[in-house]
Design a binder for this molecule. Structure first.
Ligand code: 9W1
Length: 418
């Protein structure tokens, strides 16, 4: 008998349809599901997972089960759980503890429930589960072969822990795979951010001045996609190298002070706070749209915006009209929180396919290594990265050439000069 706690088990049918849709967009995971349902590389493993309960995660969970493991799952964010997906998983016998809008207390209760079966592997997005083991149930670590971590911040904290000699079991930094972070940040964030802006506004992008603050991977993704929709893209930066890249990509680069007066749509993707502040709002055109896809909700100074406003009205979901004292209207999306998560659905399944294939192979690696690994943070091998990229590429119908023995020898020959 599976144990679970979800919002409403009668939502299972709707969740199952979403999962099936995701399956049809996640060919790499599905190929591994087919392969591993025969070879069962996770047989005997007990995997505790703490990761957004979404249709994509459901495809990962059911692949882990097909590979022979038992699983027990909780969400890694109180607001990201899709209740129908959780219901569908519970309905097919997965132990899952997750519902949308849970409290902090409930959040940790769910994590603790997933630890009851004494996992042999852990899977994280944000390292909450690993930290819970370390702080509350360190004895469990003895039975845990390894863990995996999905995100940059989680990996960062785990490295700090490993450096301090405090890590009780080995961890694989899934984030550091190129088939994870590069695609996730550029193409995942790029499309889902534009998607969020359109869902919240239904605005036409063609011909608009679209200001992207920050030209890192996320900013680049947003800039590329906005250009693809026919917008005039303007980039603001603080780093000369990033700014130069934007320039040579054909984007205009200028200060935010200058961009503020001409932008129609603003999106921040910098990782720092106070990118758009009082003096910028004061210069904006009537009707300007402002949103964030960077670090939490501090990139746009919302306090400044509200202080400048004489009236704030939610005119549609995730879209607040701020009537400024100067008469202009500035539209704030998703209250300055991540627009791609709040107003859209996060990264598309096709992108999560690669991230989660990395999670799956990392678990298989850890299971295979048994107790051999040191208690430190490992990175995904070049082979794993290339295998996943190769499989994904094949599903797109693309094909690549192979180096001949002569070409390989030529590359490695240092005696021939140029
Ligand atoms: N992860 N399946 C919100 C997502 C919250 C979220 C978050 C993703 C996925 C960035 C993971 C309202 C999915 C997730 C849908 C959704 C993330 C935080 C995914 C993108 C990261 C803090 N971080 N991610 N799909 N919420 O897209 O698992 O809709």
């Amino acid at each position: 008998m599976a144990n679970f706690k979800v919002k409403d088990i009668t939502l299972a049918d709707s969740g199952r349809r979403k999962i099936q849709w995701a399956e049809s967009r996640m060919p790499v995971l599905m190929a591994f599901r087919q392969k591993f349902s025969k070879t069962k590389p996770l047989s005997g493993m007990k995997v505790a997972g703490c990761l957004h309960v979404t249709k994509e995660t459901a495809v990962l969970i059911e692949t882990i089960v097909a590979a022979g493991a038992q699983v027990s799952w909780s969400g890694c964010n109180p607001l990201s759980t899709q209740d129908d997906v959780a219901a569908a998983l519970a309905d097919t016998g997965i132990s899952i503890y997750a519902w949308h809008g849970q409290s902090v207390e409930e959040f940790y209760w769910c994590i603790d429930k997933t630890l009851e079966f004494k996992p042999t592997l852990t899977l994280d997005d944000g390292a909450d589960l690993i930290f819970r083991v370390h702080s509350e149930q360190p004895k469990l670590a003895k039975g845990i072969l390894g863990g995996t971590e999905e995100t940059t911040t989680g990996v960062h904290r785990l490295r700090a822990m490993a450096d301090a000699g405090k890590l009780l079991y080995p961890v694989m930094a899934v984030n550091d795979a190129e088939t994870k972070w590069d695609f996730d940040n550029v193409y995942g964030t790029g499309q889902s951010s534009i998607d969020g802006i359109i869902r919240a506004t239904s605005v036409l992008l063609a011909g608009k001045n679209f200001v992207v603050a920050g030209y890192g991977h996320c900013g680049k993704g947003c800039a590329l996609r906005a250009r693809g929709m026919g917008a005039n893209v303007i980039v603001t930066e603080v780093d000369p190298i990033a700014a130069l890249k934007a320039t040579l990509e054909g984007f205009q680069v200028m200060t935010m002070d200058k961009a503020a007066a001409i932008g129609d749509i603003f999106i921040t993707a910098t990782g720092v706070k106070d990118v758009i502040v009082k003096r910028h709002f004061g210069k904006m055109k009537d009707g300007a749209i402002v949103c964030n896809t960077g670090h939490y909700d501090c990139e746009i100074n919302i306090k400044d915006l509200y202080k400048l406003s004489k009236k704030v009205t939610e005119i549609r979901p995730n879209n607040e009209e701020c009537r400024l004292k100067n008469g202009h209207r500035v539209y704030l999306l998703a209250k300055g929180r991540l627009v791609n998560l709040a107003a859209a659905e996060g990264h598309p399944s096709e992108v999560m396919d690669m991230s989660f294939a990395n999670q799956l192979l990392a678990l298989v690696f850890m299971a295979k290594q048994g107790k051999k690994l040191d208690k430190k943070v490992f990175v995904v091998s070049k082979e794993q990265d290339q295998e996943i990229a190769g499989m994904k590429l094949k599903t797109t119908g693309a094909a690549i050439d192979k180096l001949t023995a002569e070409q390989l020898a030529y590359i490695n020959d240092y005696s021939a000069g140029t």
